[in-house]
Design a protein around this ligand. Structure first.
Ligand code: ZN
Ligand code: ZN
Length: 381
């Protein structure tokens, strides 16, 4: 165990190394990219290999048999391998490059027996390991470069304080994607069947997709706004939501930090009325994906100045104020799509070109680490 622990510490120290050791040409970026691509490839191969599609979400599982998907995974591994080799050539410390090469090789070995892997009947339960890999891969490839190009806090590194905890949040909610999708949706569909809105539902369901989606955004944000305010106002709900507000660094990973119970409650509160109103499942699915990317964006470390747009849509600056530790930032900006709701209900706060001085909750009452935060709301205060 000890050598493993030491290796982990070394990798972590390398990832978190100070700015001068991360400059272009130091082999740091290629090493990180190499590990990222190889790890994503390895996790995808494992999810393709797992019997009964246990580690694949049903939307992705059929894709895994597709040649293009396999080619994509192969390219990931080749890219990860090549990038790691570049890092090995450039960087004095070899741990990043070596890890990337080993991950790519492990994936290749495991991948040898893919052919028959997914033939078995799907199991009734699944864990979204493939979803985790694709999710972090794509959001990372999009958001890391745009955060580097236009950061709000230019001194904040990619591997900032508590980055491992936030990756773990993404991992858990990706693995638990079945429960998280099933629990809010089924009562929603049931509410729809029972609802007395027959003709309204029919009319809503017949609207074109591109019309349904903005209406869903509007309706969902309205319900989300009030649920969010309740989470701030009611003490036992606040204990759950405080976990989300415990983040002291804002970036594309910060939004993932959310207590399991809160995810279920917030999703149910927004999904049940939306589904009861008769929006089609496809429109709701597109919205869920859109909302996912949107929440990643508004937490991101982005210093964008967006006059006019910021009057109509929630921007990173707007949601950063919601996370501010400053007095003026307490209980403001509850909307996640439309600032209009905060204007209407008196919680709007967006001083021109100003940002919070720091993030988190005064006194930092929430402990660090995933498991401590999981039990935090249930502890006697
Ligand atoms: Zn909040
Ligand atoms: Zn947030």
């Amino acid at each position: 165990m000890k050598p493993f622990h030491e290796t982990r510490q070394k990798i972590r120290a390398e990832l978190e190394s100070a700015a001068p050791q991360r400059v272009f040409g130091s082999g740091w970026a290629s090493g990180v990219l190499g590990i990222g691509l190889s790890l994503a490839g390895l996790l995808l191969v494992i999810s393709m290999r797992a019997p009964g599609q246990l580690l694949a979400v049903p939307e992705i599982a059929p894709l895994q048999a597709n040649h293009w998907f396999k080619l994509g995974v192969l390219l990931l591994l080749v890219g990860g391998f090549a990038s790691s080799i570049v890092s090995l050539a450039l960087r004095e410390a070899k741990i990043l490059g070596t890890t990337g090469v080993l991950l790519a090789l492990a994936a290749t070995v495991i991948g040898q027996s893919i052919v028959t892997a997914n033939a078995a009947h799907p199991l009734p339960i699944y864990f979204g390991l493939d979803w985790f890999a694709l999710n972090v891969l794509f959001t990372g490839l999009i958001f890391i470069p745009i955060e580097r190009l236009n950061p709000h806090d230019e001194n904040q590194p990619i591997f900032r304080d508590e980055w491992r905890e936030d990756v773990f949040y993404v991992l858990v909610s990706s693995l638990m994607v079945q429960a998280l999708a099933f629990l809010p949706q089924n009562p929603g569909i049931l509410a729809g069947k029972l609802s007395a809105l027959g003709s309204v539902r029919h009319w809503v369901g017949s609207l074109p997709l591109l019309v349904q989606i903005p209406i869903i955004m509007f309706a969902a944000d309205f319900f989300q706004y009030w649920a969010h305010r309740a989470f701030h106002r009611i003490p036992w709900l606040w204990n759950f939501h405080a976990v989300h507000h415990s983040a002291q660094s804002m970036d594309w990973m910060s939004g993932a930090r959310m207590h399991f119970v809160e995810i279920l409650l917030i999703r149910s509160i927004t999904a049940i009325p939306v589904l009861a109103l008769g929006f089609t499942p496809l429109a709701v699915e597109v919205y869920v994906l859109l909302a996912y990317v949107y929440t990643t964006l508004i937490h991101a470390n982005l210093g964008w100045r967006l006059p006019i747009i910021d009057q109509l849509l929630v921007t990173p600056q707007f949601h950063h104020w919601h996370h501010g530790a400053d007095k003026e930032a307490i209980d403001v900006n509850f909307a996640i799509h439309f600032p209009l709701f905060d204007r209407l209900f008196g919680t709007y706060h967006l001083p021109k070109d100003q940002w919070p001085t720091s993030y988190g909750i005064e006194g930092h009452p929430v402990p660090k680490g995933y498991w401590a935060q999981l039990i935090y709301p249930f502890r006697r205060k």
